[in-house]
Each structure stands twice: as C-alpha cells, then as structure tokens.
Design a protein around this ligand. Sequence first.
Ligand code: GDP
Ligand code: IMO
Ligand code: MG
Length: 426
Amino acid sequence: MKVDILLGLQWGDEGKGKVVDVLTPRYDVIARFQGGPNAGHTLEFEGKKYVLRSIPSGIFQNGRTNIIGNGVVLDPVLFREEAEALEASGIDLRKLLKISRKAHLIMPTHRLLDAAGEKAKGNSKIGTTGKGIGPTYTDKISRNGLRLGDSELPDFKERFEGARNRHLSMLASLGHETDMEALEAAEKKWLDAIDYIKTYDIIDSEHEINALLKEGKSVLCEGAQGTLLDVDFGSYPYVTSSNTVSAGACTGLGVAPSKIGEVYGIFKAYCTRVGSGPFPTELFDETGKKIRDLGHEYGAVTGRERRCGWIDLVALRYAIMIDGVTQLIMMKSDVLDSFDEIKACTAYKINGEITTRFPYTLEGVEIEPVYTTLPGWKTDMTGMKNESEFPREFTDYIKFLEEELETPITIVSIGPDREQTIVRGK
Ligand code: GDP
Ligand code: IMO
Ligand code: MG
C-alpha cells in the first residue's frame, strides 16, 4: 500500500483540517508528521466546531487509527488540554490515538526562549506563534532534545533539569529575567502532563506504520503549516522550523520515498499569511479587508489578523514542484462569491524583468505581481451539491487555474462545513 500526503501549498491555514476529516473514510490511518501546537486545524460538522493542534484530524470518523509521528514536537500541557476537551465531548481518544516515542518535547523554557528570541530580533521578528517550536527543533538538531520516550527512562528528571538549566543560561544571555516562581509552577504542570500522556499508547511509530502498510492498510499524512513556511524552501528566515513539504512525511514518520502515492496540495482561492515576512500579492486596500471579513481570516491559534491578498500562481507552481503534487484541492472559493473581478498573479516583475520563477528571496527586492483579471461569478455557491451547478465563470476560473498549474483540481470547498465539499468528476 502507498502513503498519501495532504499538505498546504501556501503560508498555512489553507483548510487542511477540514479536508483531512472529509478524506478520512477513504483511509485506515491518519498521521501527523511535523509541526506541533503552532498548527490550528479547524473542522466543522453537525453544527459543531473543533480546532486541533497536535492531534490528527482523523479522529472524528469511523474509529480510524491516528498517529502523532516522530517529526512532531509535542507540548504535554497543550496536548492534555486538547485531549481532555475531546474526551469531554465524548470521543474515546485513547482508543484512536498513538504517539511516537521519538516525538520531541516542548518544555516551558522552550516557550520562554521563543519569546526572548523574538524580542531580541526587534523589528525583524518572525511573528512566531510563541509555542516554543523553533527552540525545540533547535535542540533536536543540535542533539540536545528530550523525547517522549525519555520519560520512560529512570533518569528522565535529571535529563529534564539538565535541559532546563541550559535553557536558563541561554535566557540569561539574551537578557531575559526569568520569573522562577512562575516557571516552577509551569514545570509542575508540565511533569503532571507527562504522566497524563503516558496513559496513552506510546509506540515506535516507524515500525507500526510500516507494519500497517505491509498488512495492506492505507495511510493519509496530514501536513501542518504550508510549503512557503518550510525551513528549506519557504520564505526563509520567515518560516517555521520544520520541513512542511511532502519529503517531511518520510522523515517525520519513517516511510520511504518509494512508498509515497498521491500528494494532495491544498490552497485557498486567494492567499493569506500570519506573522511577518514577504507576501508579494498582499492587499492593503478595501479588497484585502473584504477578503479578511468574508473569509473570517483570523488565526485559529493566536487570533491574530491574517494578512490577505490575491492568489499567487508563481508561488503555487513552485510549491507543486517541490511537493510533487498530483491533485489540487481549492478551498474557500465561496469567499469570492460576491466579487465583480478576481485577480491571479501569473508572474513577478523583479527589477523591471518579468519572471515566472520563484526567486531565491522575496525580501529586499521590489516584486511587482503581474495579474490576469478574471470575471467574478457573482453567485452564492455555499449550498451547491454538485459541480454541474457551478456558474460558468467559476468553471472557467477552475479551468484557468488547472492550465496555469498543470495539475487537476479534484476537490472544491465552498464553505467550512464537512458537507460543503464537492468532489469533481463524480
Ligand atoms: P488549516 O490550518 O489548514 O487546517 O486551516 P485553519 O483551520 O487554520 O483555517 C481555515 C479556516 O477556514 C477555518 O476557520 C475553516 O473552518 C474555514 N474553512 C475551511 N474551508 C472553508 C471553505 O471552503 N469556505 C469557508 N468560508 N471557510 C472555510
Ligand atoms: P497551520 O497548520 C499559519 C507561522 C507563524 C510565523 C511562522 C513561525 O494551522 O496551517 P512558529 O511558531 O512555527 O515558529 O512560527 O510560521 N505559522 C503558521 N501560520 N498556519 C500555521 O499552521 C502556522 N504555523 C506557524 O505565524 O509566521
Ligand atoms: Mg491553521
């Protein structure tokens, strides 16, 4: 059996949670492979809304196995909050969820380091989610990290204290004055949460996933963040600290490249970004505000306003190339239902020269988007059930995108609810 991957092609928040939930009935296993509680994946069905951060979006349908892979960074306290809320709403999470021993742990001092690092950067801060993601991955790569499996070792407490003391001296060198009383309280809560996590099924996920594949089970990997936030290929340094691209599923779960099947690339009919960093098609006018209002573009994790702009096909083609996308999924097209005209950026003008190649850096260069303007469809599509109901202008918009992106759009989302999803060619 092959492993399929679903991942964001923009700067995150494309609607991954919603579509993973919709696709879950087609799979036996849903797995997260990177990121952590910087993610906020929203699902809506039967009048209820859930936001998931570390737990895969496959927990709501038909008792599928959900795995948190080795590439994920886990905050035990936030995990506990998320898990307890789900249990309170009647979900038997312990039956559904398995967690990799190799997942790295986010400590309270990682969060302090995240905040202190941002403060030290001043105007060039990244605008992180403040969840300690960067410092935790830094410890992982510098071979100083703590893993969930370490909590099963007799010297876990000493390892934890060693890491904490190292972090405290780093904080001091950044000029951060640590409130030791508050830290001790946070650490107590953290250690209690470790005991809580240990009541879950902690596994060697690379062995388990490969055994499941051998048995003929199908796996869907759920990406977090988006391709333009990838630490290697995104708008560095305004990125997250993990590989969000499809290759990240191999390292984040222990599945070989030869096992990868379909790659679903998901994008909004426009574009958004939270935090700092370049965004060539950003709109600062009334149109940008209209997209934000109609699309409710506020962060699921931080509540921050999302920056909004037109769709960027230069960046999308680049993401499709890096990820090896085989099928596209277009989200939030309903947000553009009332627009007279829709613009799509087909090329960049950089220093007077037109290019369709995503450049080395988007920073410090004057990038002027080259737009194609298309007529709006001016139709409320939110109640539609089949693509045969689509207005002609919308069908033309899809055709235009498929030609520009050289990849088929197989699913179109026309609202936040599970039901508001149209699978094409059915
Ligand atoms: P994720 O991080 O990729 O899972 O996306 P988020 O949950 O952070 O952000 C997507 C937001 O758009 C959520 O509030 C969803 O409920 C909402 N959403 C998803 N698909 C659609 C859609 O097709 N139309 C509209 N209007 N909202 C959508
Ligand atoms: P989902 O999975 C949107 C952004 C932050 C910041 C940068 C680095 O919901 O799509 P970090 O805390 O990771 O060090 O922040 O990355 N960012 C996201 N933006 N959606 C996300 O996740 C994000 N996760 C991180 O805003 O600019
Ligand atoms: Mg999100």
